[in-house]
Design a protein around this ligand. Structure first.
Ligand code: FCB
Length: 461
């Protein structure tokens, strides 16, 4: 058996990336609407106004999933649809959209997995500091209460926050994601507030429905050094590992932050951690969601990089130690064995985690329909199969992986890259909004139907 009998095969999306209808049904602007309107932030000035128009075409998308045999669908709730003011009054139009979506999924025999926060923060909350302002913790816990009250009877699995590292560091330090702030104190505050928010969201969901299963989704990687003997590089690697892989896990499991970062942040962190916070961080979650795209390579920083980062450790990932490898259209190296390595490491370092879910894994390739209208995305097929083989080897080595969600069901709005990077197993024509399942969709469908056993030959090779 390559995968356990009850293994869960899914596909993932996120509200802002697919829904469109950015002003329909009482929805207010999110920080991504604002970011898209800010010149120079998003490729080609692309916006989320129409996206895949999933808001109006969700039935068609569910039919595609049903035909492929997809067993669960991870989507996210747009906060500005549900509570347009960010806090206070909830909005029946927005809630009804998700009710229709969830009911249609269940009718099609597809399990809904809801992500509470996948980056589309109401702009009004950002106007008060967003994730850098501690008020966000209570505000998002209130959103969780509304979500559990309205959807908790039908949605069993909840992701609290998607990739808090990206929220904090891409949004508030590097500034390439909304809200586009570049400030170390804000990023450290956001790192703490997202960790605290995960715990408070979990409590809020449980207070409404104790049977809800939830977990945070982290983007994780294995760091590889071009010189394993260099003490400076090892120190850099450990700081980056703490910043990306350990921060939110140590918080929820141990009620601690990694010591090397606590020392590094010093007073900046002390300013935002209030008495009692460290106890509140600790929470048992039913699963951990992992988003994996590639390993990261760390080479000796150039003088320029050191100067640019004013002596702090390097953000974003310093990739000058990278060996020649094939890349996806994102420029990300293809390292399937890294997923096995990461899963085994997680199982070893945090044995408390009883269930791991791959909540995202996928590749961007720009294949277009050929003269027969077929999209032969063979490179995506290779990526998918090699990464699944890696998951299966990790399971053989004891990692408790119970689900896999391919990113993404549809080609969609890829954040700062706009519509130029296609991750879907389903092609979307952004002019006509026509959907065409790609070769990878058909291959994934066979993988699902055989519960992974069509992978045997990949696994052995
Ligand atoms: C992840 C995001 C997801 C998608 C993929 C490619 O960081 O969670 O929304 O954009 O990257």
């Amino acid at each position: 058996m390559t995968f356990p009998d009850d293994f869960n095969w899914g596909a993932a999306t996120a509200s802002f990336q697919i829904e469109g209808a950015s002003r329909d049904g009482g929805k207010t602007p999110s920080i991504w609407d604002t970011f898209c309107e800010t010149p120079g932030k998003v490729f080609g000035g692309h916006t989320g106004e129409v996206a895949c128009d999933h808001y109006h075409r969700y039935q068609e998308d569910i039919k595609i999933m049903k035909d492929l045999g997809i067993q669960s669908y991870r989507f996210s709730l747009a906060w500005p649809r549900i509570i347009p003011g960010g806090t206070g009054q909830s909005n029946m139009h927005g809630i009804d959209f998700y009710n229709r979506l969830i009911d249609s999924l269940l009718e099609a025999g597809i399990q809904p997995t809801a992500t509470l926060y996948h980056w589309d923060l109401p702009q009004s909350l950002q106007d008060n500091g967003g994730w850098a302002n501690r008020d966000i913790v209570q505000q998002i816990a209130d959103l969780a209460t509304v979500a559990a009250e309205n959807f908790g009877d039908r949605v069993a699995n909840w992701v609290t926050i998607n990739e808090p590292w990206c929220v904090s560091w891409l949004g508030y330090y590097i500034g390439v994601h909304a809200p586009g702030i570049k400030d170390l104190d804000s990023a450290i505050a956001a790192s703490h507030h997202t960790a605290l928010a995960h715990a408070e969201i979990t409590r809020a969901l449980r207070a409404v429905r104790p049977e809800i299963r939830s977990g945070i989704t982290l983007n994780m990687t294995s760091y590889r050094l071009d010189d394993d003997e260099n003490p400076e590089l090892l120190k850099l690697r450990d700081l980056q590992d703490s910043n990306l892989n350990r921060w939110w896990l140590d918080a929820q499991i141990k009620g601690e932050y990694p010591e090397n970062l606590v020392d590094f942040y010093g007073e900046r962190l002390e300013k935002v951690v209030k008495p009692g916070d460290m106890d509140r961080l600790k929470i048992d979650s039913e699963f951990l969601g992992i988003n994996y795209y590639s390993d990261s390579f760390i080479g000796t920083p150039t003088e320029q990089q050191v100067a640019k980062n004013e002596g702090t450790f390097i953000f974003p990932i310093n990739s000058n130690g990278e060996p020649p490898l094939p890349h996806t259209d994102m420029g990300w190296p293809i390292t399937p064995q890294g997923l096995e390595h990461l899963l085994v490491r997680i199982h070893k370092d945090w044995p408390e985690l009883e269930e791991l879910a791959i909540t995202e894994n996928g590749a961007a390739y720009g294949d277009e329909p050929d003269e027969n209208g077929k999209v032969n995305d063979e490179r995506r097929v290779d990526y998918l199969l090699s990464h699944l083989a890696s998951v299966s080897r990790a399971i053989d080595r004891g990692a408790p992986v119970k689900s896999y969600y391919y990113w993404s069901l549809l080609d969609n709005f890829e954040w700062a890259e706009g519509y130029t990077k296609r991750f879907g197993i389903v092609y979307v024509n952004f002019e006509t909004l026509q959907r065409i399942p790609k070769l990878s969709a058909n291959v994934y469908s066979k993988v699902i139907a055989s519960n992974g056993s069509v992978l045997e030959h990949v696994k052995k090779s």
